[in-house]
Structures are given as structure tokens and as C-alpha cells.
Design a protein around this ligand. Structure first.
Ligand code: NAG
Ligand code: NAG
Length: 493
């Protein structure tokens, strides 16, 4: 039973899709132009039908008329009736003449596409048009009347790319006071054209064979934010090129080889700079960007950077462009092209290998110098310490004439008794206990040969008893003791 329901449903599903859905979306007219509603706009699509006039019976309430890629040589006669049209695409036909007067009645017309037709000039009309977006690209236009666009008070976007324009009058857009985007790419300008326009924000002049860039090129466009001059033959950016509004400058694929501190000095709002694929060799200095506090994006790829010599810019500019937040997103574009032994190294690496390599050897010298210094220091310190110790040491007591008479060796012995603190009675031989407390004579044993010999030959017990006799009998010991006593006296006072 369940299987039956599922198979019935599977059988019905394609039938539902085929019958219901397309009928809502599409409604074929007699002449096979498609008509449909999309986003609340009524479309009539007669594109790609080889038409040279419009078929009868089209809904004149259409808001979007798609008439591209047909054989219209003149504007079709029926067109006049479509007074509600908002978007009209007549691209890919063979139109040449000026706009028919009835365009004045297309109050809702916002977008007119005349791309890829046969216009070789664009003539001014006597009436005003409400068009916001006019596409005249891919024609053969080489001349435009100076007051043409004064009839387009709402025109915001004008595409004149891929035409044959060599030059345009300076005031041509002065009265198109809504114009914001002007596309002039793929034309034949030899120099950056100068326009007066208070509204223009975006000017595109890519692929125009421009060689000449005059210093006052941007001065007539007070609102200009972006200019695209990519793929031209510009060899240098004029010093002091001035614009108070410009934020994005695209000069990629040109032949520029130098920047100076004056290049961007009068572009205070510059934020995005594209200098890819030019002929820069010498790595820039950060001072070139001293007047551009808002610079946030720089494109440098495709230049043949020379990292020759001890150029500190290799490091400073590298840091300027890569430190957070980075201005160059692709650090791989900051690479050396020459000399050959640093090819493919980053500017920073090349700098470190050439400069820092020396610094490394320098630092090893420094290390050695530190070691030598330390050794010398230690030696000096030990000398000083020795000197201090010897000067702190009490002078050996000068033997009195008495002691000298008694014993010639007294001086030598006395030096050994510096720390002697045993209280001794005056002019009497030491008692047994005193004698025990007295310091041993280490270095002056040679002056007591008998004592040494006996000491070497007898055991500890015998030595003790004998030593009493020695001490009492032997003169040197007495003299020694006296000098010791004097020493003690000296230290007390
Ligand atoms: C005009 O038509 C061309 C070709 O059909 C198309 O590439 C272009 O985007 C259209 N322009 C506008 C403004 O719609
Ligand atoms: C590259 O060669 C130059 C001399 O031709 C030399 O001064 C430099 O140190 C070399 N750099 C490296 C990284 O070997």
C-alpha cells in the first residue's frame, strides 16, 4: 500500500513541475518575445532574435525592455509607446543615429545600454533625459559635443570604454552635476585628460596609451576619490600632483621608475596605492610617504627591486610596509630581483645578509673584547686586592738592637706571630701552658735545626717533654718570644 502511494507521488511530481511552475513564470507572446515579472518589474525579453523592428502586440507597460543582440539599425518605431520603461538594453545592435526625441518622455528610464553599437560620435540633444546610467562602451566614438552631458542632470555612471576617444573638452562634464563614475578605459588618450567636475568620484582611464601625466590633471575634480591609470605608458608621476580628496591611486602596469619625497606630498588623503608591475628598482624611502598619514594599502608586486649596496631602506621601508597593520598584504612581493646572490630574498633578508652579516662578525669581536676585558679586569683586581691585603698587614716589628744582639734571625721569626694573642708575662720564660698556646714555627724551622731533627725522630709524647727544655734553653726561642710580645703591644695600642 505504502509503495503504491510513493510510486504515485513520484509519477505525479514531474507532471506538477512541468505544468504548474513554468506557466507562472513565463508567458510566450505570439512573436516569441518572453514576457515575465521579476522583482515586481514587468520584463519583455526580445534579445537574440535577429529582429530589425519590434513585433506587434507587446505589453507597452513593460518596465524592462531587453532588446540586445538584434539587427536594429535605427531605433524601432514601436519603442515610442513604452513610456514606463525603466531599463532599456539595446546593446549589440547597429545603431548610429542620435537618440529620438521621444526619449524625453521616458521619465522613468534609468538605465540605457547602447554598448556595442555603431556610434562614431555622440551628438547633443535638445531635451533633458532622466537617465542615471548610460552605457556607450564598445562603439567607435571619437568625438562628443561639449554640451552633450548637460542634458543628463541625473547621470551618475557613464561608460565610454572601448571607443576611439583621443581627447575630450575640459568642460564636458561640468554640467552633469550628478556624474560620479566615468569609465574611459580602452581609448586613445595620450595624456591624462583634465575635466571640470565637482561631483566625479571615480575616474577610470585604464589601457589608454597615456604617456603624459600633467601636474594639474586632478585639480578640476574636487570630489575625486579614485583614479585608475593602470596599463598605460606613464614614466613618471609629476611632483606635487595635487588632490585634496583622492584616496585611491592605481598606477599599476606603467613604466614608472622613481618616486621622490614630492611625488605624494600633495595627496593628503591617499589611502590605497597600486604600483604593481612598474620599473622600480631602487627600494623606496619611507620619507616618500611622510605626507600620507592615511595610507593603508600599497601594492608593489612585479617590480624588479635591486637590493644592491648597504641600503638601509631595505629594512626601514620593509618595516614601514609590513608592520601591524600591514600596508602590503603579500609580503612575498617585497623581494629582491638583483643582485643575483640575493634574488628571491625579501628586502629584510637581503639587508640582514649584507649588513647584519658584518654586524655578526662585529659582535663576535665585541664578545672577544669583553672576554679580554674581563681577564684584564680579573688580573687588575687581584693585583689591587693583593696590594690592599699587604698594606693592611701590620709592618713586621722592627727588631730592637737588643733582639738583634740576641738573635740575628729574630726578624724572620716575628713575621709568623702576627695573630699571637697569648698574654705573656714580662721577662720570664713561658710556662708549659703558654708554650703550648704559642704558634708553631713553620717557615723558620730551618733556624732551629736541632729542634727539627729531634722532632722528626721522636714521637709526640717525647717531643712535648723535650720541647720544654728547648724553649727554656735555646736563645732564639727567647728572642722570638720577646719580639712576639712587642707585636702584641703594638696591636693593642
Ligand atoms: C550592457 O550590455 C552589455 C552586453 O550585453 C553588458 O555586458 C553590460 O553589462 C550592459 N551594461 C549595463 C550598464 O547593464
Ligand atoms: C652579494 O654580493 C655582494 C657583492 O657582489 C656582497 O657585497 C654581498 O655581501 C653579497 N650578499 C650575500 C647575501 O651574499
Amino acid at each position: 500500500m505504502g509503495l503504491l502511494i510513493v510510486s504515485l507521488w513520484l509519477w505525479l511530481l514531474p507532471a506538477m513541475v512541468l505544468s504548474g511552475v513554468p506557466r507562472e513564470m513565463e508567458e510566450d507572446t505570439e512573436d516569441s518575445c518572453r514576457s515575465y515579472i521579476h522583482e515586481n518589474l514587468l520584463y519583455i525579453d526580445c534579445s537574440d532574435r535577429g529582429l530589425n523592428d519590434l513585433p506587434e502586440g507587446l505589453d507597452i507597460n513593460a518596465q524592462v525592455l531587453l532588446l540586445a543582440n538584434n539587427n536594429f539599425i535605427t531605433y524601432p518605431s514601436q519603442l515610442e509607446k513604452f513610456t514606463k520603461v525603466e531599463i532599456m538594453d539595446l546593446s549589440g545592435n547597429r545603431l548610429t543615429g542620435s537618440l529620438p526625441a521621444y526619449y524625453e518622455n521616458f521619465k522613468e528610464l534609468k538605465i540605457l545600454n547602447l554598448s556595442n553599437n555603431n556610434y562614431d560620435s555622440w551628438l547633443s540633444s535638445d531635451y533633458s533625459l532622466s537617465i542615471k546610467k548610460l552605457d556607450l562602451s564598445k562603439n567607435k566614438i571619437n568625438g562628443i559635443d561639449e554640451d552633450t552631458f548637460s542634458k543628463f542632470p541625473r547621470l551618475a555612471i557613464l561608460d565610454l570604454s572601448e571607443n576611439r576617444i583621443y581627447d575630450l573638452p575640459i568642460g564636458i562634464f561640468e554640467k552633469a552635476t550628478s556624474l560620479e563614475v566615468l569609465i574611459l578605459s580602452r581609448n586613445y588618450f595620450s595624456e591624462v585628460p583634465k575635466f571640470q567636475s565637482s561631483s566625479l568620484k571615480n575616474l577610470r582611464l585604464s589601457s589608454c596609451q597615456i604617456t603624459n601625466f600633467q601636474v594639474n590633471s586632478l585639480s578640476g575634480m574636487q570630489s575625486l576619490l579614485e583614479i585608475d591609470l593602470s596599463i598605460n605608458q606613464i614614466e613618471s608621476i609629476p611632483d606635487n600632483l595635487a588632490s585634496n580628496s583622492l584616496q585611491e591611486l592605481d598606477l599599476s602596469y606603467n613604466e614608472i621608475d622613481t618616486l621622490t619625497d614630492l611625488t605624494f606630498s600633495s595627496l593628503p588623503h591617499l589611502a590605497v596605492l597600486d604600483l604593481r608591475c612598474n620599473e622600480f628598482k631602487e627600494v623606496w624611502s619611507t620619507s616618500h610617504f611622510a605626507s600620507n598619514p592615511f595610507l593603508r594599502e600599497v601594492h608593489v608586486k612585479g617590480n624588479r627591486w635591486s637590493c644592491e649596496g648597504f641600503n638601509v631602506n631595505l629594512l626601514l621601508t620593509y618595516e614601514y610596509l609590513t608592520k601591524e597593520p600591514p600596508k602590503v598584504f603579500d609580503k612575498g612581493s617585497l623581494i629582491c630581483y638583483s643582485p643575483s646572490n640575493v634574488t628571491q630574498m625579501s628586502w629584510q633578508q637581503a639587508y640582514i645578509r649584507t649588513w647584519h652579516a658584518d654586524e655578526k662578525t662585529m659582535s663576535s669581536y665585541t664578545f672577544m673584547a669583553v672576554i679580554i676585558g674581563m681577564i684584564i679586569g680579573v688580573i687588575l683586581t687581584s693585583f689591587v686586592c693583593r696590594f690592599l691585603i699587604s698594606s693592611n698587614r701590620p709592618n713586621p716589628p722592627r727588631p730592637t738592637p737588643e733582639t738583634t744582639v740576641l738573635n740575628g734571625n729574630a726578624t724572620q721569626a716575628s713575621t709568623e706571630s702576627v695573630v699571637m694573642r697569648v698574654p705573656l708575662r714580662e721577662d720570664l720564660p713561658p710556662t708549659y701552658d703558654e708554650a703550648l698556646l704559642m704558634p708553631r714555627l713553620n717557615s723558620s724551622f730551618h733556624s732551629l735545626p736541632d729542634f727539627v731533627d729531634e722532632d722528626a725522630n721522636t714521637d709526640r709524647r717525647n717531643r712535648r717533654s723535650r720541647s720544654i727544655g728547648d724553649l727554656t734553653e735555646t736563645r732564639p726561642r727567647v728572642g722570638d718570644r720577646r719580639s712576639v710580645r712587642r707585636t702584641v703591644e703594638v696591636r693593642i695600642h
